[in-house]
Design a binder for this molecule. Sequence first.
Ligand code: OSB
Ligand code: MG
Length: 371
Amino acid sequence: MKIEKIVLREIPMKLKQPFETSFGITHHRRIVLVELIADGISGWGEVTATEGPYYNSETTDTAWHVICDFLAPALVGKCFDSAKSLATVMTSVRGHEMAKAALENAAWDAEARYRNISLQALLGGTQQSLPSGVSLGIYENADALLDRIALELIAGYRRIKLKIKPGRDVCIVRAVRNAFPNVALTVDANSAYTLEDLPTLKQLDEFGLDYIEQPLSWNEIYQHAELQRQLHTPICLDECIHSLRDAQAAVEMRACGVINIKLGRVSGHTEARKIEEYSRQKGIPVWCGGMLEAGIGRAHNIAMSSLPGFVMPGDVSASSRYWDEDIIEPEVTVTPQGTITVPQGPGIGFQVKRELIERLTVRSREFLFAS
Ligand code: OSB
Ligand code: MG
């Protein structure tokens, strides 16, 4: 494939409800979309960085900068035998995984469309129906949280994940567990604790959680191993895992029993597949995390989640939980059984609403191969 053109666009998207994590509250997303044209065919990717550097070190603006000033100029005009090989040209840029992922994933979509097959087929995905879970932000009011969970369960969702932070943890989890004794329940701390919080974290063991997600520092695999030795509940690593090598280190150190794979955080489909394959061989269950994505990011998550190692419900839920209007057609929907059906059309399998995107665009940049 020859990369003829790359177009970057930023669109604002207002969340239906604010989303609160231990690192802050999000009301509005600023989303960067990548359109990559190879051999006359457009593929699409979405930058999953948050607006501020509080989940990881990337932001909407760092991704814009790194793509415009370094990655897009390095790629445009180049030929690749497949999307798999884009990563090799981008390794000279250190970090900035989410910026790289948007480009690489756009190339995967373009390649699948070029071959007239689904992205799922190109990736080697085997599952047609994906169990879906929801991630619920921190609620001020426990009753409001319980009401919300009841609605999510009626909608069919298979797992409830609660965001926690110090002071909003054991009490909340106890209230939810008492109200819903049998629901598959997990918590996500987004790095809000330290080993000094061991007594609190140990109390979580009594609630039969499927896992505790990223309790300790975003860059501390070693201390998670120390914590895991003292907890019965499996730890699931999110923020710490950027590559296959990180996953290997975490598993070898016994720092986790579960891995959350996020396409952006691991720099795209190529690395995500390696982590999925390694985890499957090691018997470590994986699931697909979310970053409050719009439809293009969501569609890539769906294709990735169809790989066989994705055996736990993901955070990939219906478009309508986030947006009044999504940027793809049809929107992502969830069946009454709490599953998402993997689309079989070419590429990501959803139609990109180009007119809507153009209307929303607040800035754009084009990179053209000057022959
Ligand atoms: O840690 O999984 C996380 C959202 C933003 C940043 C980090 C995380 C999240 C979520 C939301 O949990 C998942 C979703 O997209 O619904
Ligand atoms: Mg997380």
